[in-house]
Design a protein around this ligand. Sequence first.
Ligand code: SAM
Ligand code: SF4
Length: 345
Amino acid sequence: MLTRIEKQTEGGTSAPLIDPFGRAISYLRVSVTDRCDFRCFYCMSEHMSFLPKQDLLTLEELDRLCSAFVARGVKKLRLTGGEPLVRRDIMVLFRSLSRHLDTGALEELTVTTNGSQLARFAKDLVACGVKRINVSLDTLDPQKFHAITRWGDLTKVLSGIDAAQAAGLAVKINAVALKGENEDEIPALMEWAHGRGMDLSLIEVMPLGEVGTERVDQYLPLSLVRARLASRYALEDIDYRTGGPARYVRVKETGGRLGFITPLTHNFCEGCNRVRVTCTGTLFMCLGQEDAADLRAPLRASESDTLLQAAIDEAIARKPKGHDFVIDRRTKQPAVSRHMSMTGG
Ligand code: SAM
Ligand code: SF4
């Protein structure tokens, strides 16, 4: 006899995922590992403890999970981390997911990376149907780069970006705006990116996870960055969207696009079309809330996807209207205790 949940999803597993506020879920971000070869000071503490390998979903399980979402109308899939390209055999997952591009079920397969492994993988990514990638880079100054990432090597990242562009990938640079760290360099970073035909998106520091420094010290509102840029450049609001939360302007002098991702100064929840899964199969319906659903247990409980689809339905029915990020000046506690490397941004 079927259980109540099995009955609910029987025959209905191809129905699109619509949350209680009428938002269709079309974008899934999957953190494929919590590990990373960098230790960016706003993202991780220097001495992170990582998950035991057996807690991680296997590549086959990640494929099954992503495919279950694609079957429910997810059109855009972004692999992230930790650093996705340090997960062993990660190209096996890209290759297998690319079948959904071939059938047309998936419109975009993409990745957010720190760039350290791109020289090795750029061509493979293209072969798997990846067309655009995001590379995180906060500074072009080797010493600052080392100070921000603790373990990173700027030369490797820059040659990774060269390799990506040479392989034909469209590259967008993501930079976190950091008070006293890279704030003076933002115009130079923008001119460099635009000069190479790359968009640049600026991100506000989000209060995720305990990282050993105070968020109020790192926080630089993008409203201020934008006002400073506007005194030097002509910024024209444009409609361009990539399915993500960035709002774009065209910079007249460079001809390039500049995006602003402002969770703290601008609420972008209204049009939220995305959910996130961690490498242990935990589904977060909102980056800024603690509520989550375990998809690993239903995934492992049976070979059929019935239980998994039911768990996805139950979770999406709980997707909140929005987040409530605040950097609390009194307690200086992060609004959400998990690190960004868990959900991948
Ligand atoms: N390792 C990859 C990378 O750095 O691109 C992918 C994962 S990383 C967590 C994804 C993005 O989140 C990066 O652009 C990073 O700069 C950003 N990020 C990490 N911690 C953040 C925080 N506390 N606030 C805002 N952005 C953050
Ligand atoms: Fe690693 Fe990316 Fe976090 Fe930096 S931001 S520590 S590269 S996961």
